[in-house]
Design a protein around this ligand. Sequence first.
Ligand code: SF4
Length: 177
Amino acid sequence: MDVVQSYNSVCRGCHGGCGVVLHVKDDKLVKVKGNPASPLNHGRLCPIGNAAPDLVHHPDRLKYPLGRKGARGSGQWQRISWDDALGEMAEKLNNIRATDGAHTIVMGTGTGRHHAAWVSRFGHAMGTPNWCEPGFALRELAREVRDLTQKLRGGVRSGKREADLADKYIPDPDRKK
Ligand code: SF4
């Protein structure tokens, strides 16, 4: 008989953090279902959450460090150890710090994922104040472009729409019931 184990977890396919139940067979993730006990998604999942096993088992998924062999752009890579990968990066960063100063190192992350706090701490340890989240910046830029486009199209839909949504979904402690 097939033994499928299930584990409660949280999807990180986006910022949502939907509650999921992971189905694992022979140490392999075979299915992801929405957790009905989650107050966030009540058992529902979007297509990204449902596709998590495809993402986990995709043959092109990067699972270990690769070192370039051959000329840059030649697309030739070989597997290297974590020690070698981290050692090479540390050496390069330390060289930059010694020759140009730590402030010349700029760190960028995506949109506030779970690792973001560690990136800023790493920047602090390196001695650079230059850390940013381009993902957030791009999202805000995209929002501005969308708002401007909607305004140019003859409406102030976005401002009113967002105010309506905020009114509907964000609790206002001063609001009189
Ligand atoms: S199931 Fe979809 S909406 Fe929920 S966290 Fe995953 S990717 Fe985001």
